[in-house]
Design a protein around this ligand. Structure first.
Ligand code: FAD
Length: 658
């Protein structure tokens, strides 16, 4: 009898729950004419409040459970989950613990070496690529993780968390700067091993047979990291997929934040190429999201931020044709005085507008207090001679004033066959010195031009040398510093292309110079889409990102930190004082640009943990629509991340409804 009542109650509760979902679809909820309780009352179901999931029936005092709470699931309940996910529920260890308990031991020494290897970090459910941020967060492990193999495992974990009022967190590549894939006292859904990749020659999203043309595409499990996608799509497949510049970033995390790679100025944002996602929503349903199914959810997953709308189990993205060449332009110019530096910046702004402001050129130029202009840019579609020709006027201008300007190191401008860009075995065979440091610590590079052999100070990439690592498990050496980083400060803002107009260039150059007095500032040209082809702009326009990205020619980024560092580890304590000073310097530097563009907007994944007005900054006028979709698919706020859509309703730790 008791059982039957329970089943009946649950059935009614389910119907009420579904009705609630339907009601949430209607604007009445959104416009505040009806709240949760008045809705239940109106349909005569207030009596059911006790049997509804706590997060639907709860008053404002709702809090999620921690291991110290009596209501934390019992061992047998955890066993039930473990059985449901095929034995893949694991207690999460904290690898950094050994550095506290035995800081001078061999294990701590090995850990400290491994912490500079992004693959090692990615393999640890209890670690994140960034270890923390001064005055913001420090990484801490979840209690348990479901090492998910498929959408069904994910659905089990989602249902278990919802039914037991647990804090849930999702981690793929683990590259969130803001710690959004990290939550202590939580259950983690860890997708690392969901890394299957399948190429399609003629993909049609489900249900879109008469709507969309078949097109080449690739489906990637949610735990796939970009280097593995590039191996499959470019090295083996001779095609291109738009992913991240950093090769160890996770595909699901990057696409959900918008996502840019070195060649985005031609191919657009990663989200702009998304064709379909399989996603588990808060109700435990496995849904297909594309133009024809759940199109609102599909749109939100394209740039609305990871960890807010559901757990993605796989994604299918368009693949593009590959150009003949990918290339690079690296040079560092030192100005002899502040005055000559000011003129150099002015000249570069003008040169950029006239010669580089197009879909061939992406990546970065950096200004800094030491009066250096560091250029690390990448090209697509230009052979070595074409690339060198582009830079000639700028190099000629520098050469005219040898007293004012000197080139540090060598100028490296060239390109290689695009298909070999992520083929590190090919690189190693052609230029072994690039892959592995030679004894005197210097490295040779020749970019398809045997007459140009340059000595460079740095290796181009590093390989994961742990036993069992894949032959192409590499990372750009430029990303090494960010492995196990403890951030002091990080800010970004989009720079509209109007700053490149003749009448604005001087003002912009002056602001850059002024900013460089207190902080280095990098202009990431591939993270603003002005200058991109119309189809790349159209793809990005149909995403949830702040539309400022469409008219920006670059994303300005300034950041600083130290690493490996973590609180309580002797010799590796984060320098809180230094960190706060750096945050102040960077803020003052970036304010010089903000003075020109007060409501510039910032890129959600690469921005300030303390971003003011983050809803507007990250999503602009798209925020109300995103908030509505959040309420529809996750009315109970199961998915909470720092400064994510709907997180206003939750305490900073995501445990207590405000
Ligand atoms: C060293 C470094 C280099 C970077 N380089 C670039 C770059 O070149 N271009 C660029 O655009 N960005 C870059 N980023 C930012 C990066 O793209 C974002 O932080 C991205 O969200 C990371 O995804 P992830 O899966 O690696 O990280 P995670 O930390 O695992 O996830 C990031 C967010 O997405 C959520 N998430 C992850 N998987 C899922 C899933 N399956 N379903 C739902 N939510 C999920 C997480 O909960 C979290 O909120 C870089 C970051 C770092 C640390």
């Amino acid at each position: 009898m008791h059982k039957r009542t329970d089943r009946f109650s649950l059935q009614v509760a389910k119907e009420v729950y579904e009705l609630a979902f339907e009601a949430l679809n209607h604007k009445r909820w959104i416009s505040g004419q009806m709240n949760r309780r008045s809705f239940l009352k109106a349909i005569g179901s207030a009596a059911l409040l006790p049997i509804l999931p706590r997060y639907l029936s709860a008053s404002t005092s709702f809090s999620r459970r921690r291991p110290s709470d009596a209501a934390w699931p019992s061992k047998s309940e955890w066993k039930r989950l473990n059985d449901a996910v095929g034995g893949n529920l694991i207690p999460v260890k904290f690898p950094l613990a050994v550095s506290k308990t035995d800081p001078s031991g061999a294990s701590a020494e090995l850990l400290s070496q491994n912490l500079k290897n992004p693959y090692y970090i990615g393999d640890q459910p209890g670690l994140t690529q960034t270890l923390g941020w001064v005055d913001a967060w420090a990484t801490k492990p979840s209690v348990y993780a479901v090492a998910a193999r498929n959408a069904h495992d994910i659905a089990e974990a989602v249902n278990f968390s919802r039914e037991n009022d647990l804090r849930l967190v999702v981690k793929g590549g683990g590259h969130s700067y803001q710690g959004t894939s990290n939550a202590p006292d939580s259950l983690l859904i860890w997708t690392r091993h969901m890394n299957d990749i399948a190429m399609h020659t003629a993909f049609v999203p489900q249900g879109c047979d008469h709507v969309l043309q078949p097109q080449p595409a690739v489906t990637m499990g949610a735990g796939t990291i970009w280097v593995h996608a590039y191996n499959a799509v470019t090295t083996r497949g001779g095609k291109y997929v738009q992913g991240g510049g950093c090769m160890t970033v996770g595909t699901a995390g990057l696409i959900q934040s918008g996502g840019f790679g070195s060649f985005s100025k031609h191919y657009g944002s990663a989200a702009g190429s998304l064709l379909e996602a399989e996603v588990v929503t808060a109700d435990g349903q496995i849904r297909i999201a594309n133009t024809c199914n759940n199109p609102d959810l599909f749109w939100a997953l394209k740039g609305g931020g990871g960890g807010s709308f559901g757990v993605v189990s796989k994604m299918t993205v368009r693949v593009h044709d590959l150009p003949d060449y990918f290339g690079t332009a690296n040079l560092t110019i030192k100005a002899a005085s502040d005055d000559s530096y000011r003129r150099l910046i002015r000249e570069f702004v003008s040169f950029y507008r006239d010669h580089l402001f197009n879909d061939h050129w992406g990546e970065q130029a950096r200004v800094s207090p030491d009066n250096k202009l560091v250029i690390n840019m990448n090209s697509q579609g230009l052979d070595p001679d074409q690339a060198k020709k582009v830079w000639k006027p700028f190099l000629d201008w520098i050469a005219l004033s040898p007293q004012a300007y000197s080139i540090e190191g060598r100028v490296v401008i060239g390109s290689i066959p695009a298909r070999r860009w992520w083929d590190f075995q090919w690189w190693a065979n052609h230029w072994p010195e690039i892959a592995f440091p030679n004894p005197n610590g210097r490295f040779l590079i020749s970019m398809l031009d045997e007459s140009l052999t340059y000595l460079m100070k740095e290796p181009v990439f590093q390989l994961d040398k742990r036993p069992g690592a894949g032959p192409n498990d590499a990372w750009w050496d430029g990303n090494t510093a960010e492995a196990a980083w403890f951030i002091w400060a990080y800010e970004s803002l989009w720079l509209p292309s109007s700053l490149l107009e003749d009448s604005s260039q001087q003002r912009f150059a002056d602001a850059l110079f002024a900013g460089s007095r207190t902080s280095y500032i990098s202009l990431h040209f591939n993270k603003g889409l002005a200058g991109a082809p119309p189809d790349a702009i159209a793809g990005a326009r149909d995403t949830a990102m702040n539309p400022a990205v469409l008219t920006a020619f670059a994303l300005a980024i300034a950041g600083d930190g130290q690493g490996p560092a973590y609180p309580g580890i002797p010799g590796h304590e984060p320098s809180v004082g230094e960190g706060r000073k750096a945050a102040d310097r960077i803020h003052r530097g970036m304010n010089q640009l903000r003075a020109l563009v007060p409501n510039a907007g910032a890129y959600v994944s690469e921005s300030n943990f303390f971003e003011k007005g983050w809803q507007q900054s990250y999503w602009g006028n798209n925020y109300p629509r995103l908030a509505e979709i959040k309420r529809k698919y996750d009315p109970g706020g199961l998915f909470v991340v720092h400064n994510g859509v709907g997180s206003e309703d939750w305490s900073a730790d995501g445990f207590t409804r405000l």
